[in-house]
Design a protein around this ligand. Sequence first.
Ligand code: GLV
Length: 327
Amino acid sequence: MQKPKIVVTRRLPEEALHLLREEASLYVWESETEPIPRDVLLKEVSDAAGIVTNVADPIDREVFDHAPALKVVSTMAVGYDNIDIQTATERKIPVGHTPGVLSETTADLTFALLMATARRIVEADRFVREGKWKSWGPMLLTGPDVYGATIGIIGMGRIGEAVARRASGFAMKILYHNRNRRPEVEQALGAEYRSLDELLTESDYVVLMAPATPQTYRMIGARELSLMKKSAVLINSSRGTNVDEQALYQALKEKRIWAAGLDVFEQEPIGADHPLLTLDNVVVLPHIGSASIATRTKMAVIAAQNALAGIKGEPLLHTVNPEVYEG
Ligand code: GLV
């Protein structure tokens, strides 16, 4: 009997491909960095039972329309804003994702970005490479302290909590804003709940950890940036759409906030001519929050397991839309 087909929209670590091959026939877009062309995706899904995807490949209504035999969509990510969940749910197609496994790794990157931005690590590296280092200077490349400062975490989910644990090691005062209060985090880490405006006003580091939803779309805009301290740093390793980039550019250019560290952008990849890239007080990364070798491998394996469960009609390890199993 022919094995059901799974379309893999980007080459995954071999561990995951090996698992998939045991029970499915695969179409794999062989590049790790170039997206699958739209026409290839639409053609390949026409007889597919499953799709394994990632944050960068949109799985929208048109893809579902081209995939009449589809039984599962599985993304190698915790976020799933690139997938039309409503259409998947209407069609009783479970969508799998990989929460939990990437939280500590993403918190590590978030903290690395925070420290790099505060202490001007990238600028300092450029300074040395460009031969500008003539002598030690009392105020050369100075930035704000991280130790003992106030961090405001917007979105206290698993990753937010992991960031708060790191902040606690740096003796930071921890503020947070979230849809719901998190008494256990308040108790364990001394985190204090604040309204969004209070958090923005009081924090030295504002760290965005919220998912991309209609409610969080450009939640940090000109008004919110104007509430931040002039000495404050904005860190975003969640989703680019949570920030109004034009407003952020203006605030940074006019030094109305100190700096920003960004791992995510409204449009990814960010164009080389993007205005933000002209500023020294910005550190930019190419969406690498979960990019440790071990974590990316685990994510790919879970995505493979979700896809295999889905093509067999079994429950996934982590389902975004469990309503598909009701009724
Ligand atoms: C990465 O951005 C993810 O959602 O896993």
